[in-house]
Design a protein around this ligand. Structure first.
Ligand SMILES: [Cu+2]
Length: 143
């Protein structure tokens, strides 16, 4: 009887620890995937970025300066919320968008000059490292 209780306690410990271990898993560096935003007939550059735990795909997006950009942000997670932060006052970028798990949202902005800006997700489940720390970032290259 004592034995069974011990086994049940061990099973309970494993059940409780599993989600924590899953959340704590080490990030594997995402391979660089470059995409050039597609210029529409209306002069708007469009691209879709898939958000997962903990990556953006593509993680290297190329756009042209001086023309509006419309990004579709699609989350493919089932529980974890993410965001998309693209800020660089020097080039007139100030984008911040929360995307709930499994949702799709859009952001529009117009980069004013050439340069490369890092976008990232600053969400975190305290006391874990931020998603950015786990590799959730990418580069917007403005040409
Ligand atoms: Cu995130």
């Amino acid at each position: 009887m004592k034995y069974i209780r011990m086994i049940m306690m061990m099973a309970l410990c494993v059940a409780l620890a599993a989600p924590v271990l899953l959340l704590a898993d080490e990030p594997s560096p995402a391979p660089a995937v470059s995409v050039t935003a597609e210029m529409g007939a209306d002069g708007v550059q469009r691209a879709t970025i898939t958000m997962d735990s903990y990556s953006y795909a593509p993680n290297h997006l190329i756009v042209q300066a001086g023309k509006p950009v419309e990004l579709t942000l699609t989350s493919v997670t089932t529980l974890v919320p993410h965001n998309f932060i693209l800020k660089d006052p020097a080039v007139g970028l100030n984008v911040e968008k929360d995307v709930s798990a499994g949702k799709t949202d859009k952001v529009t902005f117009t980069p004013t000059q050439a340069g490369t800006v890092t976008f990232y997700c600053d969400r975190r489940l305290w006391p874990m490292p931020s998603h950015r720390d786990k590799g959730m970032e990418g580069k917007l290259e403005v040409r």
